[in-house]
Ligand binder design. Structure first.
Ligand code: MG
Length: 218
């Protein structure tokens, strides 16, 4: 077990800048019964070579049409075109949620929030990420850092990158230095280049928070 995880086990802040607030501000530290999967994983991590890290990958894409809002990482981007979707069609949060779910083997957002369910029409996709984070925490993990690539021909996203990073960092409970957001155009090629589609890819690293204090196993 590495020093960073050991310091977590001892209930002390880890030295990594990406894990300074490893307890999410969205959800309190979970309490696990002694026979829960998380408690068992904790024992495994102390006595075997179980990795305290997980990696998740998520992608998303939506069609673009004039007159619709363009919401990215919960930030409304001034734009003449926006994404078509059942929810708010936020490709950043959708790819991020799928990355989080994938890292802990919890399926994908299509299963959790089917686009045929009228309850999710116009849904703020922040709720989708929060549900993914809840499942990550129940599995005994916490987001460490995330890197996201957005593919969009126009408008230019660089002016909006700080707001998107702030939004993602607050949701995950990490420093903004642990959130990468990059924008790429399609160079005029394909559906992205023709301005017909927006796409995003997210990679997330999780770290085990298997023992946040002895009280969590009681
Ligand atoms: Mg989507």
């Amino acid at each position: 077990m590495n020093e960073a995880l050991l310091s977590r086990v001892r209930g002390q802040p880890a030295s990594s800048p990406c894990s300074h607030s490893w307890i999410s501000p969205v959800f309190p530290a979970p309490r696990f019964p002694p026979d829960s999967p998380v408690a068992r994983l904790r024992v495994m991590s102390q006595h075997a070579s179980t990795s305290p890290h997980r990696i998740g990958l998520g992608t998303d894409r939506h069609r673009l049409e004039p007159g619709l809002p363009l919401v990215l990482a919960g930030v409304t981007i001034p734009s003449e075109i926006g994404a078509v979707g059942h929810s708010d069609a936020d490709v950043v949060f959708h790819s991020l949620a799928d990355a989080l779910l994938g890292a802990v083997g919890e399926g994908d957002i299509g299963e959790l929030f089917p686009d045929t369910d009228p309850r999710y029409q116009g849904l703020d996709s922040r709720r989708i990420v929060e549900e993914a984070l809840r499942r990550v925490q129940l599995r005994g993990f916490q987001a460490e850092n995330v890197d996201i690539v957005i593919e969009l021909e126009r408008p230019k996203l660089l002016p909006h990158r700080p707001a998107m990073r702030t939004s993602i960092a607050a949701l995950l409970g990490v420093e903004e230095s642990c959130v990468g957001v990059k924008a790429k155009t399609g160079e005029g090629l394909g559906p992205v280049g023709e301005g017909k589609m927006i796409a995003a890819t997210a990679v997330v690293l999780l770290v085990g928070v298997l023992a946040v204090g002895e009280e969590n196993t009681k």
